[in-house]
Design a protein around this ligand. Structure first.
Ligand code: PEP
Ligand code: MG
Length: 888
């Protein structure tokens, strides 16, 4: 016996979505629930796949099953397919597992030919309607099944419409429609060299074939690639008895959502057209009116539709997207599916449905995506304005979406000028080849940041995320010329002062202004409610990466439960401290250095006091100095330039001597590969006094705040450890400093010493490290860099994008944790760490701590917390809750 390829609607149900497609499963479910669904049947997605594997042939037995199902449909409707007196007409429509709007094909009115046409006219008593249906069939069949250009049919129709007074298709007379039909048939013949098929079974066979074929049509294939839908799913084909919305003024067609998909308001939302078929609404040929108008036109039908909509929403426990047709005063339901919605609507609907008792809090938490939460806490571009810009040719390029949010402003190519322009009230987009700590001031006064180079963990990306600045990096297609204050892309040049817009969600860069929609968190009550439910189920703690009390406060207001990474070097970069930092580095002996460290101490202490105060009651993980020393010094290139100039001009011998000394120092610290050079714990181990000063400042601040009543929990984190002896030496030395301070201050504070796991060797020797570390924090930025051997500064701009585009890597591993490789190292380290120290505290502070998929992994591997930038905290709360529910 051959397979079952065909299911009558009432033979299926919603659990059969993979086999019947979304639409087929919906029709089946509605039929069984007793809703008015026109009889019909579905050819399965398996039939589609079998069709392709057999070289575009219907699989054995399928056509016989289609014929059988048509007969069953005839019995149900009392009509006969191809019968001249009482013809059955059907629609043939695609329907994949997930909705792919407008991407695949539909043919309506199959079953009309010159014979059945007469029957339809007589039966309906409406000749106009019959011819209108016939011309629709010929054009739709011609376009969809035979690939004739739609414009050709439209041109014919337009020619006739132009002869009417109103100029609309409803103004065409019967005689005109007859002429349209004749003209369409001629067009069909001329294009194909064959007649439009009179045999209704042939129409059906070809239409089903065309719908199967549309699965590999270019539109569908592109849509699938964009949405990550597998080619292997196939599409089902739904054959459904035609009901007619174009039978006169007591007929019509519409689409409606059971709730407003833009705002989430519990109101029917959609459009309706009297005397029309569905395609008229979709194609925008006529302007429909709001569905609420139906209440005025036909209150009974409206009430019935409202009732059915409610019932379906209750049945599916989600907002539904419905298609309806009214044929001579009778309501028919043609589709139901979960409706697409905006981020705001998603949150409101989920929260409302919990209070209505329709879904549980946990379901509500699963209904909203992390991206939707992200969209609510950042400004976004108005979609229409963005499309318009694209239409104008103003989409310049696509970079890496480093920090979410949308921003418009004038392009400024230098941080000092950016600050000045912002000071004068201008909205600025800072454009740089890449950013460095010197740019922080300029960045913070800008609305957004755009860089030519750099990746997801680059300076620009990290600082932008921490400060909620929209940021696009790694835009290698543009050429930034700082000297000339411009960037070029192809033939286009954007000069300083020109307006640009960047979309940090997508990485798009536009010329000109795009209207943005600002978030207002204080008004996001539904989001607050949803996140409070997320907090009830998640087991991961949500910490934040914050270097300033200001960031710590923001993160706390978003629900952060600790600081997972306070990067202390940012404190060294502040302008007032830089000269002291430089002198400290230049000092040739530990004694000479001690003098400058003593000057830095009060600054650091003050910073920590602010942070501990902001984090009262919550843990703060402070990382000791990490970057290569040369980052604190002037750039080597500019020094060489200046020294050369001073030597040539001889204008200022004193300055020349100073600059030469500086250059010598910079040269002595110069490294070919600074990322693998003198940084991390190597600084503390080789430059006496630096980390001692930091720990002294941390503990003095902690003790002083504790004496004021602040509840301090401090954890000192040692970076870039690769060998246990590094950790042993640093921890032993620094514990002593901490003890001395607490002794002197006469108070003890809760504290821990621990390490980052950010080198592969560190990860595989975690059992040894745990002897000295009370906690591990995974620094997955460096761990990714060193596991892959991909430079975090260069790889994303140079080749990673190509890797991802070509599918060599599934995702950018600096954005989404490489679970199979880097993740395996983490899992090893977790296990080994716990073996040595069962109560070891485990967390992550790399940028992955804010990525939903990576958070899911962190949950599974058993971390205590994830730490992310302040504005990512709401997203992480939701993602952590979803991870807990998903992995229950
Ligand atoms: C890391 O490497 O993951 C990390 C958090 O440290 P940084 O990004 O400062 O190197
Ligand atoms: Mg690191």
């Amino acid at each position: 016996m051959s397979n079952k390829w065909v299911y009558l609607f009432h033979e299926g149900d919603r659990s059969m979505r993979d086999l019947l497609g979304g639409k087929g499963a919906g029709l089946a479910e509605m039929s069984n629930a007793g809703l008015p669904v026109p009889p019909g049947f579905t050819c399965t997605t398996e039939a589609c796949l079998a069709f392709f594997s057999a070289g575009r042939q219907f699989p054995e037995g399928m056509w016989e099953q289609v014929v059988e199902a048509m007969h069953a449909t005839e019995r149900e409707t009392g009509k006969v397919f191809g019968d001249a007196k009482n013809p059955l007409l059907v629609s043939v429509r695609s329907g994949a597992r997930v909705s792919m709007p407008g991407m695949m094909e539909t043919v309506l009115n199959i079953g009309l030919n010159s014979e059945t046409l007469k029957g339809l006219a007589e039966l309906s008593g409406n000749e106009r309607f019959a011819y209108d249906s016939y011309r629709r069939l010929i054009s739709m069949f011609g376009r969809t099944v035979k690939d004739i250009k739609g414009e050709l049919f439209e041109a014919v129709l337009d020619r006739f419409k132009a002869q009417t007074k109103g100029g609309r298709d409803t103004d065409l007379t019967v005689d005109m429609l007859k002429e349209v039909v004749a003209a369409y048939k001629e067009l069909y013949r001329n294009q194909l060299g064959e007649e439009f098929p009179e045999d209704v079974w042939e129409q059906l066979r070809q239409a089903i074939t065309a719908v199967f074929d549309s699965w590999f049509g270019p539109n569908a294939a592109t849509y699938r690639r964009f949405h990550g839908i597998s080619d292997d799913w196939g599409t089902a084909v739904n054959i459904c008895t035609m009901v007619f919305g174009n039978m006169g003024d007591d007929s019509g067609t519409g689409v409606a959502f059971t709730r407003n998909p833009n705002t989430g308001e519990p109101e029917l939302y959609g459009e309706y057209l009297t005397n029309a078929q569905g395609e008229d609404v979709v194609a925008g040929i006529r302007t429909p009116f709001p569905i609420a108008e139906l209440e005025r036109i036909n209150p009974e039908i409206y009430a019935e539709f409202l009732r059915l909509g409610k019932m379906l929403e209750g049945h599916y426990r989600d907002m539904q997207d419905l298609e309806l047709t009214v044929e001579r005063g009778k309501l028919w339901m043609l589709q139901t599916r979960s409706g697409k919605r905006t981020a705001r609507a998603a949150v409101k609907i989920a929260v409302d449905q919990v209070s209505e008792g329709l879904i549980t809090k946990e379901e509500a938490v699963m209904r909203v995506t992390p991206d939707q939460v992200d969209a609510l806490v950042h400004p976004v571009f108005d979609e229409k304005a963005k499309k318009a810009a694209q239409g104008r040719g103003d989409l310049l390029t696509h970079g890496l979406n480093a920090s979410p949010g949308a921003a418009t402003g004038v392009a400024i190519f230098d941080s000092a000028r950016a600050e000045a322009a912002a000071g004068m009230g201008q909205d600025v987009i800072l454009v740089r080849p890449e950013t460095s700590p010197d740019d922080v001031g300029g960045m913070l006064s800008s609305k957004g940041v755009l860089t030519q180079h750099g990746g997801a963990t680059s300076h620009a990306a990290v600082v932008a995320r921490a400060n909620n600045l929209p940021c696009v990096v790694g835009c290698e297609a543009i050429n930034v010329d700082v000297e000339r204050r411009q960037f070029t892309i192809g033939k286009r040049t954007i000069r300083e002062g020109d307006t640009v817009s960047i979309d940090g969600f997508t990485g798009e860069v536009f010329a000109g202004t795009i209207t943005t929609v600002e978030p207002d968190l204080s008004r996001e009550h539904d989001l607050a409610t949803l996140l409070s439910w997320a907090d009830e189920v998640r087991t991961l703690g949500i910490y934040t990466n914050a270097d300033h009390p200001r960031e710590a406060k923001v993160a706390r207001s978003f629900g952060a439960e600790g600081i997972g990474l306070c990067r202390t070097e940012h404190m060294f970069f502040e302008e007032t401290r830089r000269p002291t930092v430089v002198s400290m580095i230049m000092a040739r002996t530990d004694e000479a250095r001690a003098k400058f460290l003593a000057r830095l101490l009060p600054y650091q202490r003050e910073d920590f006091e602010g942070i501990f105060e902001a984090m009262d009651g919550l843990p703060t993980i402070v990382r000791l100095i990490d970057p290569p020393m040369h980052e604190f010094l002037p750039s080597r290139e500019s020094l060489i330039e200046e020294v050369t100039r001073l030597r040539c001009t001889d204008e200022n011998p004193k300055l020349l001597a100073e600059k030469e000394e500086m250059l010598a120092l910079v040269n002595s610290l110069h490294e070919i590969n600074p990322m693998m050079g003198l940084r991390g714990c190597r600084v503390g181990l080789t430059m006496g006094g630096v980390t001692e000063m930091q720990v002294q400042a941390i503990f003095e601040a902690a003790c002083r705040q504790a004496k004021k009543g602040v509840d301090v929990h401090v954890e000192v984190m040692i970076p870039l450890v690769t060998h246990v002896n590094e950790l042993k030496a640093e921890v032993t030395k620094l514990r002593q400093v901490a003890e001395e301070v607490m002794e002197r201050e006469g108070v003890r504070v809760d504290h821990k010493f621990g390490t980052m796991i950010e080198t592969p060797r560190g990860a595989v020797t975690a059992d040894e490290l745990a002897e000295y570390a009370e906690f591990f924090s995974f620094g997955t930025n460096d761990l990714t860099q060193m596991s892959f051997g991909f430079s975090r500064d260069d790889a994303e701009g140079k080749f990673l994008k190509t890797y991802v585009d070509r599918g060599i890597l599934p995702k950018n591993p600096f954005q989404s944790l490489d679970q199979t490789g880097v993740g395996k190292l983490m899992a090893m380290a977790v296990k080994a760490g716990k073996q040595t120290r069962p109560d070891i505290e485990l967390g992550i502070c790399g940028e992955h701590g804010g990525d939903a998929d990576s958070i899911d992994f962190c949950h599974r591997v058993g971390l205590k917390y994830v730490s992310c930038s302040p504005y990512r905290v709401p997203v992480a709360r939701l993602a952590a809750a979803q991870a807990a529910l998903r992995n229950r």
